[in-house]
Design a protein around this ligand. Structure first.
Ligand code: FES
Ligand code: MG
Length: 580
């Protein structure tokens, strides 16, 4: 076995002074000299749960079982806090904190006597932050999902996290429920501890952590309160100690093949549009080449198999009972869509782990030959407004298809005049004002919502239609923007436009009334104005000092704004990836 990293702290004959200092302080919490000097691996438990992170809070309970597993396998557990990220509670957006939690975790993993780490993952940004840090420091690491909440119910129907909010908003705007009814309906979606029970960014990223090979097979989908969740916490603790002995590192697991598997799985599960941002970020910190265009190439043709809200009907408990990630991967393996040799944290390949796993409920996970949607992956669009953007095709509703994609001569394209909003506040102030002039042909545009414009990139591009259109039965207008969209939204918006308006992207020169054409087959999004006019507007914008955005409110907002890259490139701190 390689010399343990922690020996440099606790057993360094060349530096007995420092060894003594380190030892006396770590004895403080009750470890004996014998334990610390016996050569047992020291395993960190990166704790993302706290009272401020309710989605991950159950990790405070699970950590006890992780510790027992670590101890059982001969290791010593040291638990430490990770900067809290709570998706819906953090202002201005949790997106701001992914890179901050990443930085903090890198410093802990690098700077303390840890031989391996259990990454406790769950709520949206906690998973990528943890995997990005593990990629950068590259010490043995295993991810443990906290698991989704139990299914939500209201009047005999499943109510899913986040997804129910979009529905409740429409009901409220149309006058069908009051404020009280709104709150009760939304609260019904959260019956237990755990993360969002829909296929939002949390379920997506936890599923993809498993598809990447970074968590134990079958572990991602287990609901938080289930007994098996405790079991897998124990197994995860035991396994990380073995991984340290085997020197099995993130770089052995998170290869390009593993990322391509994750892209394929994301299409089959109907995963979040935040996934391309996070996967590209993890890959860049791992030193693996991966771009947003790989999503089109490897993911678009893959069908939707998992019938979870927002693309489908069911929720987290159903996903688990139907077989979870291994059942999905087994279906994809049958079509040679999975790179089966990719190694996973249990020391076996993904192919060995998933071969022969059957679907337990075909209503929830469809067999490959009876998908919910063919070609369900993202379309990556570019044109004279931006270099890349992402559209989730699995959520295109029949209503949307009929309204915008039913011209027999041009079935994959639509165009219309735009109404442009500068950030979410501008949208909220004007959407229901008749003077804004939105009708059923309008394309809604949101700009100033990218990583620099709205520090961290707001999840605001999926804009609901104005109340007067909702009352007429028009539920979804096409939306385009340089911000993100919640993974729980069922909107087929065109998102993550890069570069963003604030850093010179073309959305900055768009004006309300311009016509924009979207061609899904060709993968283009263009404003239909002459090139000379575009150049004139660009010059005018430059002369005015560029696209204006609000001041930073905290030091971190200002620091991140100075370093962060486009959503299309993972929105990482540019320059930081060189340390991996
Ligand atoms: Fe934390 Fe959805 S808000 S998982
Ligand atoms: Mg989100």
């Amino acid at each position: 076995m390689n010399k343990l990293r922690s020996r440099a702290w606790f057993d360094n004959p060349d530096n007995i002074d420092m060894t003594a200092l380190y030892l006396e302080r770590y004895l403080n919490f009750g470890l004996s000299l014998e334990e610390l000097r016996s050569g047992r691996p020291i395993i960190g438990i990166a704790q993302t749960g706290s009272d401020l992170s309710p989605c991950n809070r159950h990790h405070l309970v699970l950590a006890q079982r992780v510790r027992e597993g670590i101890r059982e396998a001969g290791g010593i557990a040291i638990e430490f806090p990770v900067h809290p990220i709570q998706e819906t509670g953090k202002r201005p957006t949790a997106g701001l904190d992914r890179n901050l939690a990443y930085l903090g975790l890198v410093e802990v993993l690098y700077g303390y006597p840890l031989d391996g780490v259990v990454l406790t993952i769950g709520c949206d940004k906690t998973t990528p932050a943890a995997l990005m840090a593990a990629a950068t420091v590259n010490i043995p690491a295993i991810a443990l999902s906290v698991g989704p909440m139990l299914n939500g119910w209201h009047k005999g129907e499943r109510t899913g996290s986040g997804t129910i909010v979009w529905k409740a908003r429409e009901l409220l705007a149309a006058g069908e429920i009051d404020d009280d009814g709104f709150i009760k309906l939304v609260a019904s979606s959260a019956p237990s501890t755990g993360y969002c029970n829909t296929m939002g960014t949390a379920t997506t990223m936890n599923s993809l952590a498993e598809a990447l090979g970074m968590s134990l097979p079958g572990s991602a989908a287990i609901p938080a309160p289930y007994r098996n969740r405790q079991e897998v916490a124990y197994d995860t603790g035991k396994r990380i100690v073995e991984m340290v002995a085997e020197d099995l590192k993130p770089s052995d697991v998170m290869t390009r093949d593993a990322f391509l598997n994750a892209i394929v799985v994301n299409s089959a599960i109907g995963g979040s549009t935040n996934a391309p941002i996070h996967l590209v970020a993890i890959a860049r910190h791992m030193g693996v080449e991966l771009t947003v265009h790989d999503w089109q190439e490897y993911g678009h043709h893959v069908p939707l198999l998992v019938n979870l809200q927002p693309a489908g009907e069911y929720l987290g408990e159903d996903y688990y009972r139907a077989g979870g990630v291994p059942a999905v991967i087994a279906q994809l393996m049958g079509q040679q869509l999975i790179r089966e040799d990719a190694l996973t944290v249990n020391g076996k390949s993904i192919g060995e782990n998933c071969r022969g796993v059957s679907i337990e409920d075909e209503k929830v996970i469809r067999p490959f030959d009876r998908p919910l949607v063919d070609e369900a992956g993202f379309i990556v669009l570019s044109g004279n407004l931006f270099d890349s953007s992402v559209m989730k095709t699995s959520v295109i509703s029949d209503e949307f298809r009929q309204r915008y994609l039913s011209n027999p001569e041009d079935p994959d394209a639509f165009e219309g005049p735009v109404v442009v909003f500068d950030g979410p506040e501008d949208y909220h102030a004007r959407v229901d004002d008749p003077a804004t002039g939105i009708d059923a042909q309008t394309l809604l545009v949101m700009r100033g919502a990218g990583p620099v414009g709205y520090p961290g990139a707001a999840e605001v591009v999926n804009m609901r239609a104005p109340a007067h259109l909702l009352r007429e039965g028009v539920h979804a207008l096409p939306c385009i923007g340089d911000g993100r969209q919640s993974g729980t939204s069922g909107s087929p918006s065109i998102l993550n436009a890069s570069p963003e308006a604030a850093t010179g992207g073309g959305l900055a020169i768009l004006k309300s009334g311009d016509r924009v054409r979207i061609d899904l087959k060709r993968g283009t999004a263009d404003v239909l104005i002459p090139a000379e006019e575009l150049t004139k507007r660009r010059r005018a914008l430059e002369a005015a000092g560029g696209y204006a955005y609000p001041d930073s409110q905290t030091p971190w907002q200002a620091i991140q704004r100075g370093m962060v890259g486009d959503l299309g490139a993972g929105a990482i701190l540019e320059g930081g990836e060189q340390f991996q």
